[in-house]
Design a protein around this ligand. Structure first.
Ligand code: ZN
Ligand code: FE
Ligand code: FE
Ligand code: ZN
Length: 268
């Protein structure tokens, strides 16, 4: 099996809940023998400020400047791509699209972290799970994923079963929900990421799990890989397990992006 050498999901200390500078992530990636990394820090919210969740609007140009600088400094040793992780927020698509369009990206990850104003994966808001109807949360989550893909704002959908993060499980058969979602993803032209950060969370599983991933495979939804590193040491974390999972689901290649297009695929 070929090793996965492209990590498309990492943050920096700018977001307020990660540690490490761009240079430290690059150094770690080189140490681990990666061929390419893509930064995808959280895009500032268009609705409100949260210094523990995203950089502030005025920092966005600095984010780009830092990565551009690293890109040219390391041009001979590692490929560096500029991405962003942009939340999907119902009713805010135009504002988000506008902000995304203001800067050049190699890829844009669309993530659902919010159901209405509830950041359901945020440890600070974990309490709200106590009174939540888990089945309903799952349905809302998948509905929002579909809306996000349809918005055409994003290239790659992030951690597509994040709703399981704290270990809450739906009692319904998810097959139909995921199947519908995979159809929408396919027709919207988005890829999904195999995100290893779930292994570092209470659920202790990669996003998405094998049964879900198989459905995306069946519908021909392409993949990329991401560690969702929030510390330099996480770069490329558990990529052997991620590659194995992808192969088990039937995938034989993953995508490399440039300027928001699939530039080529790499065999798995
Ligand atoms: Zn984060
Ligand atoms: Fe995320
Ligand atoms: Fe992330
Ligand atoms: Zn993420």
């Amino acid at each position: 099996m070929n090793a996965v050498r492209h990590d498309y999901h990492m943050h920096t200390k700018r977001c307020g809940h990660a540690t490490g500078e761009v240079e430290e992530y690059v150094a770690e990636a080189k140490l681990k023998g990666l061929a390419e990394i893509g930064f995808s820090d959280h895009l500032p919210f268009v609705t409100h400020r949260d210094p523990q969740y995203t950089m502030d609007m005025p920092e966005l140009p600095e984010y780009h400047r830092d990565i551009e600088k690293a890109r040219s400094r390391h041009a001979n040793s590692i490929s560096i791509k500029i991405g962003i992780e942009a939340d999907y927020m119902e009713g805010k698509t135009d504002e988000i699209a506008k902000l995304v369009a203001a800067y050049p990206y190699d890829f844009v990850i669309g993530s659902v972290h919010f159901i209405k104003s509830w950041a359901f994966d945020d440890p600070r808001e974990q309490d709200k799970w106590k009174n939540a109807d888990v089945d309903q949360v799952y349905r809302r989550y998948y509905d929002l994923l579909q809306q996000a893909a349809r918005s055409r704002v994003y290239d790659i959908m992030g951690h597509v079963d994040l709703v399981k993060k704290f270990g809450h499980r739906s009692s319904q058969d998810l097959h139909v929900l995921v199947d519908d979602t995979a159809r929408v993803f396919r027709s919207s032209g988005v890829a999904i990421e195999i995100n290893t950060s779930g292994l570092r969370k209470p659920v202790k599983e990669i996003y998405p799990e094998i049964s879900v991933l198989r459905i995306y495979r069946k519908h021909g939804v392409p993949i990329v890989f991401g560690s969702d590193a929030h510390a330099p040491g996480d770069v490329g974390a558990d990529f052997a397990a991620a590659a194995e999972l992808a192969r088990e689901a039937g995938y034989r290649e993953y995508c490399v992006y440039a300027k928001r297009k699939v530039e080529r695929t790499v065999p798995l």
